[in-house]
Design a binder for this molecule. Sequence first.
Ligand code: URA
Length: 216
Amino acid sequence: MIIHKLEKSDSILNTFIAQLRAKDIQKDAMRFRRNIERIGEVIAYELSKSLHYKVKKIITPLGVKKINLITNNLVICSILRAGLPLHQGLLNYFDAAENAYISAFRRHTNSNEFEIVVEYFASPTLENKTLILADPMLATGNSLVAVYNALLKHGKPKKIHIVAVIGASQGIDFIKKHFPKNTELWIATVDDKLNKKGYIIPGLGDAGDLAFGEKL
Ligand code: URA
């Protein structure tokens, strides 16, 4: 797996991440969603540099200009519900992409153990396409792998890009073993630890609840 850690060089991205983490600022759900969306936009721009391009003649009112344009057939797939603002950020830039949505949730078997349940899946064919898989919190990596196995029923993508905001080293090591070798991970920042409940430490808390409110 090729890993792009965007925090490696300082940029305005740090401000968006800091606001997501800060416990007083993150309570503003609109700002929280927008910061995740902004990170999706920054990552989309960086990821776009790795796509394929072909020259096209563009006709302006005054002449013709050759411009290299993306040729990949992109599908953005996100995991409900926390993935929605990240999905929107990616789609703001890759506005010609197709879209897929999948539900994956943690069903707790006891207070510290859970299994990943994948239920709803709406997707175009993925055969030979470039799949961008968006999951803001890459914690254990279990949901990403469960989702990957489920989506293979819709065809084999030519290339997979995983997009995440905060990851745990343990989760990254786990997904490395389960995704094809040429998969690229675009991640804003990485933390060292997971707690017993599978939350990233220091992380930011529950991204879905912060974006959309607490669930039962
Ligand atoms: N999902 C979250 O929302 N937060 C975590 O820390 C881990 C998974």
